[in-house]
Ligand binder design. Sequence first.
Ligand SMILES: [Zn+2]
Length: 151
Amino acid sequence: MTTEQQARKLKTRVSNLAKKRGQLQKAVNAESKARKRLNERQKRGVGKKTSFKCHCCGKRLNNPNLKRHYDHIRAKSTGGSDGVWNFLLSCETCNWGRKAKLPEEIHLLLALGEMARSEIERDTELGATIAQAAVRRPAIKTWLSKPASRN
Ligand SMILES: [Zn+2]
C-alpha cells in the first residue's frame, strides 16, 4: 500500500470513528441523560483507586483545593454507566481533553500527538507548520501560559 493510500485509509478510519461516536451519542441522547451525582463517600472511593492522582497524567489531586473531575471511564454520552466502578479521578485538563472520545480514538490521538511532538522537537518543516497551527489553539495557548513543570 502506498503512503497516499495509507493516508486515505487513516482519514477514512478517523471519519468512521467520529461517525461511530456520533451514533452512540445519538442513541444515548434518545434515552435519559440524567446524571447521578457521586456522594462524598463514593468520591473518596474513586480517588483512592489512583491514590488521588489524575488517572491520565498522574497529577497529584490530594489537595482538596485542586479541581477534581470524576471522569467516566466510558463516557456517559456514549452509553457509560453512572456506577462507581465507571469513574476515575482526573484533572480538569485531562478530562476536558478526553471528552467523549472512544478508546480507539484516544490511542490514535496519542500516536498522532507523539508524531507531531517528534516533528516539532526535530525542528522539521512539518514540525514548524504544526507548531504554528498549534499555537492558535486555545488548549495550547493555555498550556504555554503555564510555567514549565518540574516533573
Ligand atoms: Zn491529568
